[in-house]
Design a protein around this ligand. Structure first.
Ligand code: FMN
Length: 334
């Protein structure tokens, strides 16, 4: 098939550099796929490609393009089938690996065999199993048109996005349809839809199991917050071990200053905190975690993170990120 041209006309030479062209193309956000097949030896072959697009609904056709210099060109131009795996937001590392040379792209990758043995990658948000219908050489790429024999999707999953050389995940704009799967109480009832109640219940769900971990360290809930805040302060200000004033600490742990003053003294006696004179104002006391305090904080933070991952394991990365951003907005009073 020959491309149609306006008779007797040819394009003007470009008035931009290849770099400009790349950067301009980069303004078009795409998803990211890994296109896979089997070579003559039956080994899996695959590469990252963002050039995927739809062509036709009837018959079901899709396209993608492959650089002429690609190592996998022979496999795709001669093979009968390939699979297009649309990557999920948590598969960025896979996208990078399947674009890299000199690495074992398939090490530890879980997949099943699709049409013609083309690997269907576990965790993809969608797969298209394609018959290798036609190919068109244009410029430095070959356009492959695939006829889709089977397709599948994970409707609740968030896709990986790419533009301008960076990976993203999606954020719906305002006015996006509400999540129809979210539970809603019948109209007129107050408690189940009241924000304060929901936040309280959610907080209970988050802390239910973690409270035991805090108690196992012999700490109260506020003492845990003190250690967590000082842990973060040490990361932000390693030059003074993250020492902060008691007033600031009380603010950060959501407790009254006299309560925190007493607690800090007790934790210092237990060897978890060090009390230091403020070099800028000798009358003021600064508080920092000791090595033992930091050790306990690190152990609890690890458990808190594991418990959070477990709680959110059925949420997409996008849903979890959106929830946290909304809670931060609410907490900041915006
Ligand atoms: C996000 C992303 C999208 C890419 N899209 C394409 C593409 O559509 N076509 C292509 O030929 N290469 C694309 N590449 C580059 C290939 O993945 C890369 O050149 C790879 O090494 C080719 O593998 P091969 O040489 O084994 O065929 C992309 C790379 C990245 C990171």
């Amino acid at each position: 098939m020959s491309p149609s041209r306006a008779a007797g006309h040819a394009a003007q030479p470009p008035d931009f550099s290849p770099r400009d062209f790349r950067a301009t193309l980069g303004m078009f956000a795409t998803g990211v796929t890994i296109v896979t097949a089997r070579n003559d030896q039956g080994e899996p072959v695959g590469l990252t490609a963002s050039s995927f697009n739809s062509v036709s609904l009837d018959p079901p056709l899709v396209l993608w393009s492959l650089g002429k210099a690609a190592g996998s060109m022979a496999v795709f131009s001669n093979g009968r089938h390939y699979a297009i795996n649309v990557l999920a937001a948590d598969q960025q590392a896979l996208a990078e690996r399947f674009a890299a040379r000199g690495v074992d792209r398939w090490a530890g990758v879980a997949y099943t065999d699709g049409a013609g043995g083309a690997p269907l990658l576990e965790g993809s948000v969608a797969t298209f199993e394609c018959f290798n219908r036609s190919q068109y050489t244009e410029g430095d790429h070959v356009i492959f048109v695939g006829e889709v024999e089977r397709c599948a999707r994970r409707a609740d999953a968030s896709p990986l996005l790419y533009h301008g050389g960076r990976f993203y995940t999606e954020h719906p704009l305002h006015g996006a349809p509400a999540d129809a799967s979210a539970p809603r109480p019948p109209d007129g009832r107050f408690v189940g839809s009241y924000l304060g109640y929901l936040l309280g219940q959610a907080s209970h769900a988050v802390y239910r199991d973690f409270e035991n971990a805090i108690a196992a360290q012999g700490l109260t809930h506020i003492a845990w917050r003190v250690l967590a805040v000082l842990h973060d302060a040490a990361l932000s200000h390693p030059e003074n071990q993250g020492a902060i004033a008691v007033g600031q600490l009380a603010h950060d742990v959501l407790a009254k200053q006299p309560t925190v003053t007493k607690l800090v003294q007790r934790m210092a006696e237990d060897g978890l905190l060090a009390l230091l004179a403020d070099p800028a104002d000798q009358r003021r006391t600064l508080v920092a975690a000791t090595a033992e305090g930091r050790r306990i904080a690190a152990a609890l933070i690890e458990q808190a993170r594991a418990q959070e991952s477990h709680l959110l394991s059925r949420w997409s990365a996008h849903e979890a990120d959106t929830l946290k951003r909304h809670l931060q907005k609410l907490a900041s009073g915006q």
